[in-house]
Design a protein. Sequence first.
Length: 82
Amino acid sequence: MYIGEENCQITNFLIDDAFQKKGLGTKAAAICIRFLQKEYNATRVSVPVERKNLIAQKFWGNLGFHFSDCIENGYIYMRLTL
């Protein structure tokens, strides 16, 4: 994770193939979001997602993240306002 003054990010989030599609990613992401909110008073969380990674985009979208206008080095940032 990256902790910025006005923007916290979940930067490298992966679940091993053997453990995917079991709900663990959703639970882990929720824990990360709650941690950022509680420990750093985060009001917004961002996550960089490869533009071509539609599965990751759907995953984060299901958690309430929305696409932003920020695109850097082939990654689009999705954001969740808390």
